[in-house]
Design a protein around this ligand. Sequence first.
Ligand SMILES: Cc1ncc(COP(=O)(O)O)c(C=O)c1O
Length: 477
Amino acid sequence: MELHISLDGHPTVVGAIYRGVLEAIRDGRIPGGRRLPPTRDLAVNLGVSRNSVASAYERLTAEGYLEARVGSGTYVRAAPPPRTTVTPRRPVHGLRPLAVWSRIPAGMPPMGSNPRFDFSVGMPDGELFPLATWRRLLSRELRVTNLDLGRYAAPSGVRPLRVAIARHAGASRAVRAVADDIIVTNGAQQALDLIGRVMVGPGDVVAVEEPGYPPARRVFESLGARVIGVGVDGEGLMVDALPARARLVYVTPSHQFPLGAVMSLARRRALLRWAQEAGATIVEDDYDSEYRYAARPLDPLQSLDPDGHTVYVGSFSKTLSPALRLGFVVAPEALRGPLQVARSLNDWHGNPITELALARFIEDGDLAAHLRRTTRVYAARRAALLDALSAWPPERLAVIPSMAGLHVAARLGAGVDAPTIAARAQAAGIAVRPISHFAANPATPDGLVLGFGVIDVERIGPGLQRLARLIDDSVGD
Ligand SMILES: Cc1ncc(COP(=O)(O)O)c(C=O)c1O
């Protein structure tokens, strides 16, 4: 067997052979069961002493990668031991990402696996996903599709889906849109990234809610923006506190993330006036408002806005599944072209088969039926949660009123540290986040955010009883 081993970059010959053979095994270039070249042949090939090759083989044998068979040779073991360390490599000179990437944390820290009482935030119940219908729609699209699979598709998404989204958002959210206004994206996150690329340059001021949705803040930071957190009260974003130079404002008016407040009509009007005067753009993230529990929702900023300062962002991550990666932008006319170009430069377009399946799901009335069914489930969970919380004295935990979505937030009384409670809760099998997890400013008043997307209704009361005991035991710690 020919085995290429580089002797460069390692201080000893034995070390170089050891590393070369090890990498070849780990990369699968020498499969399990294969005989290695005899030490003499490899030594001649590499121009080194036979002892050096033998020492490297011995070390790999001792570590369990090779086995010596008497009278037959040295073989790669069928199942090498699992990898525990990464082969050290010399740092490559000049391979340095922009400094901003070392400041932005990777994702959210995990909540711990399989908590008994799962109040995770921002997650729908995967068990409710309409798997059979979705499977049928996907295979139907694959059977009957008249897509030309040898070609790229449109960057803004397949037309039937844009038509369906415009209708759906118009009917369910009073969003004013026609198919041409819609750009289908890989979830709300790609929508925010595209809007940021088109609207924000290095040093531009972007205002976000504080506390707020960290992935939104981070996408604008990654583009070099100066991101400023603006406080939120019971009426939503405090418009009076907006920085005058903000070029873009990101808001979640239907269900402020994470506190849950609904932005009042007066605030909505004030924000639109402010944007008009400042020449700023509003990004309205309407991520989970399809789940609403009060009679009539307020109109979105997008439909109250006479001047087209508002870019509306929607997502199917809560209504269907975050794994589908389906969201959309309703773009004012001036942004439509640039957003389409940004989308095509980013990843050309989404997956047209999935997009066609979603179009049919919406047009056949399946989405509306699914929303009716899942809203009933979530409404029962929310009622159980609010009911259990109403037994707590408000000085211990005061629920922040909200009308939509899959989580509620509550302020903790004085003398209780929310991150400590969340950590102790996690150790006790209760997954819950502190509000401060979503805050950039350490002075932001703290509390807990309780998701009811994935927890069964019967577990809510017992989970909250345990949480209450933890809070009682922690007072004054
Ligand atoms: C505020 C907010 N916006 C958007 C989303 C959805 O993001 P995406 O569509 O990228 O999954 C979430 C999900 O948790 C969210 O909390």
